[in-house]
Design a binder for this molecule. Structure first.
Ligand SMILES: Cc1cc2nc3c(=O)[nH]c(=O)nc-3n(C[C@H](O)[C@H](O)[C@H](O)COP(=O)(O)OP(=O)(O)OC[C@H]3O[C@@H](n4cnc5c(N)ncnc54)[C@H](O)[C@@H]3O)c2cc1C
Length: 448
């Protein structure tokens, strides 16, 4: 019987568990530092995208396979070390994602009122690490730096009304803040041109469908240079994006309560403010022949009281696991973790921590399959773990005082969330508080 530990129950970890369970004669323990599974499907994907959120139903089926055990509220690197895992498992797959945002590296970045998109997303997604009072939204003008799908999510949530979002699973404290929001202008700012923006057409188009906003695009920003023209000619998505933005550029603003400004070829230079954000200095850029943005020296200031940076993610190093600081991932070859150029026997990676924060959720399936194929190919050479009793690791965690959340516990959390929702005629309301989550899980364990 092969025994495998997976670190992280996001898409990559769960798809890896699914692929391994096909192998037969295998038991798989999926650990997560949070009491709840599904990673960014629960704590990243926007609440008003129910179709994408429903991927959790696929992930659920995989986690409910009899060969798989979910062990939530266990942080690897804190409560169990890599050595612990190697004592209890023949192989370990790390799929802990890329938890932190990249920084801009400009003055004023740490002023109150300047945040990462990650912090805002975590707050509205009811992530247990995000304090419930993180945001008040008393700003009238907000700048979102970055032109990928996460920036678009953040801009859309800021632009929508609380009533638009009430049917979702947003917690009450978030809806209450959105209800009082004074936001009127949201600036989405890209360093390069519209042809280099990373958002997908579907997400972009959706902005134009939000009832209470005017989307404003300066036609001058859509004039393409030689480099951008080539991009648009060769990449259908970029062409479609440009068509959507061109339509907006010619729309007459309808005087709606909120305005969403898409701005391009602007590089953030400094966040202003004596003791909290009052503005963002940007420099006009142009593209060099390789498509990189270079400054032109022409500066302007956007009046704003809140800045969100959304310029990418990177992984966090875990104890005993190699980490490439430059790329923010664990060095690997096709999923085999590399230390000093050689593969670490029985240690693998999958998902964002393996390839960086790219692709859609489905990309993690292919990625996890590649890793599992590597693991299975290595099997004959892998030394067997010395401890083979599946209860042994549970006993170690109990001795260390860890309140493990099992699948039964998670189902109990889901039931409490559904009951909270039903009381308000909604499907579900997420619980943000870790203690409350653990209490709900413990009641489930006691009852089950
Ligand atoms: C804001 C946002 C919105 C997105 N929206 C979409 C979308 O609409 N559509 C789409 O296709 N893609 C979307 N994505 C991308 C998608 O979420 C990722 O491709 C996917 O989640 C990556 O999967 P992963 O398993 O590698 O990482 P994650 O989903 O991040 O999962 C990692 C898991 O590991 C756990 N973990 C971390 N450290 C430890 C540890 N030390 N011990 C134990 N567990 C640990 C975490 O708690 C987490 O559950 C979005 C991403 C973000 C950031």
């Amino acid at each position: 019987m092969l025994r495998v530990a997976i670190v992280g129950s996001g898409p990559a970890g769960v798809y890896a568990a699914g692929a391994l369970s096909q192998h037969g004669d295998t038991t798989i323990d999926v650990f997560d530092r949070l009491p709840c599974p599904y990673g960014l499907v629960r704590y990243g994907v926007a609440p008003d995208h129910p179709k994408i959120k429903s991927i959790s139903l696929t992930l659920r089926k995989l986690l409910e396979d009899p060969a798989v055990r979910f062990l939530g509220n266990v942080e690897i690197g804190e409560q169990l070390t890599l050595d612990d895992l190697r004592r209890h498992y023949d192989a370990v797959i790390f799929s802990q994602g890329s938890a932190v945002d990249r920084r801009l590296g400009i003055p004023g970045e740490d002023l109150p009122g300047s945040y990462s998109a990650t912090e805002f997303v975590a707050w509205y997604s009811a992530h247990p690490d995000a304090p419930i009072d993180s945001f008040v939204l008393d700003a009238r003008s907000v700048a979102v730096i970055g032109v990928g799908n996460v920036a678009v999510d953040v801009a859309r949530i800021l632009a929508k009304t609380a009533d638009d979002l009430r049917p979702t699973d947003l917690p009450d404290h978030v809806l209450a803040v959105l209800e009082r929001s004074r936001v009127e202008d949201v600036y989405v700012i890209g360093r390069r041109g519209p042809a280099q923006a990373k958002f997908t057409t579907l997400e972009l188009r959706e902005l134009g469908e939000v009832e209470n906003i005017d989307v404003l695009v300066d036609p001058a920003d859509l004039e393409l240079d030689e480099v951008s023209r080539k991009v648009v000619e060769s990449e259908p998505m970029m062409r479609r994006n440009l068509e959507v933005m061109t339509e907006w550029a010619h729309r007459v603003p309808r005087g709606r309560p909120r305005r969403l400004h898409l701005r391009f070829l602007l590089r953030p230079v400094e966040i202003l403010g004596p003791d909290r954000v009052t503005g963002l200095v940007v420099e006009r850029t142009k593209l060099d022949p390789t498509g990189h943005a270079i400054g032109t020296g022409e500066l302007s200031t956007i009046e704003t009281q809140l800045v969100f940076r959304s310029v990418g993610y990177r992984g966090v190093p875990l104890p005993d696991l190699p980490f490439d600081e430059r790329s923010g991932i664990v060095p690997n070859a096709g999923g085999r973790v590399l230390r000093n150029g050689g593969a670490m026997p029985g240690v693998y990676v999958a998902g964002w921590i393996k390839r960086g924060p790219t692709g859609v959720i489905g990309t993690n399936k292919r990625d996890a399959n590649e890793t599992v194929a590597a693991l299975l190919a290595d099997l004959p050479a892998l030394p067997a773990a010395p401890v083979r009793d599946p209860d042994a690791v549970i006993n170690v965690l109990a001795e260390r005082g860890v309140r493990v959340v099992t699948w039964t516990g998670w189902r109990a959390i889901e039931q409490v969330e559904a009951a909270l929702g039903q009381a308000q005629g909604r499907d579900r309301i997420k619980i943000a508080d870790r203690e409350e989550l653990l209490r709900a899980a413990a009641d489930g364990h006691a009852g089950g």
